[in-house]
Design a protein around this ligand. Sequence first.
Ligand code: TA6
Length: 300
Amino acid sequence: MSESNIDFMIQPQLKFSQDESGLEYIEIENRLATAKIALQGGHVMTWQPKSQDQPVLWLSSNARFIKGRSIRGGIPICWPWFGAHPTDSALCPHGFARVIPWQLVDADTLKNGATRLVLQMMETAESRRQLSYPHLLAMTITIGETLKIDLATTNKASHPFVVGEAFHTYFKVSDISNVHVKGLEDALYSDKVFAYERRVEKNDVRFNGEFDRVYLNTTADCMIEDTGLHRQIRISKSGSQSTVVWTPWADKAEQMGDMGAPDEWRTMVCVETANALENAVVISPNRTHVLSVEYSVETL
Ligand code: TA6
């Protein structure tokens, strides 16, 4: 669908822009929420329901907006692998979907006033080099009082293929010390901080140092309880067997260089809706797999 048609349909809600490095953005404003999306990576950078006086997503104050580089914060799309490439460590961690161009293919306004956008990943010579078999990756984003995202992978090849994937979502919190994550009790996890040791989660998750765990075989909703902002962010998911929880803590944040001001890392936590490690998904020819998540905010 050309931009002009989209403009005609829902002009009041979409503003298109481009920055000096050539990255293109869509800003969305409706009666329920505001959001900003970078077309590179289909990257939802910000989302704030009108009912909230704080953004729900965290975006680094020194995030880099460079072609081919992932933006630090918001919702990077990890696809078609999660973490390091299984056999070639030279390839971009978390796959290439988050650093190549996507295009807006449809947009409309729902009866409740939410804005629904459909984006599609555009193939590049580099993406074809890294993933030789034909595929289609489309994302439907519904921006309103809640934020709903469906990531649909279609196998256009004549053989099954395996996909690792995640919404690598950075959530805004008051301070990591005020936060705990519920919903992962009794889940098996792989702990990257301790040489991928596997254990079972006994309690709700609290933070007092670098934390980097892939929880496996879990389809549960997660809640990020933040006593500082008096809110709880609910993460409801389908098509996902893994949840990843991550905070870099001070040393790792400093090494990364794009985690904002010195203590800015304290105001974020990642809770990622995924299919990672042995939960990677096998997709048969001509079939479509959908990874879905919905974020909502409740007052504590
Ligand atoms: O999801 C957690 C994680 O895999 C961490 O190990 C850390 O590497 C983080 O992702 C950020 O990765 P990135 O490639 O975006 O810097």
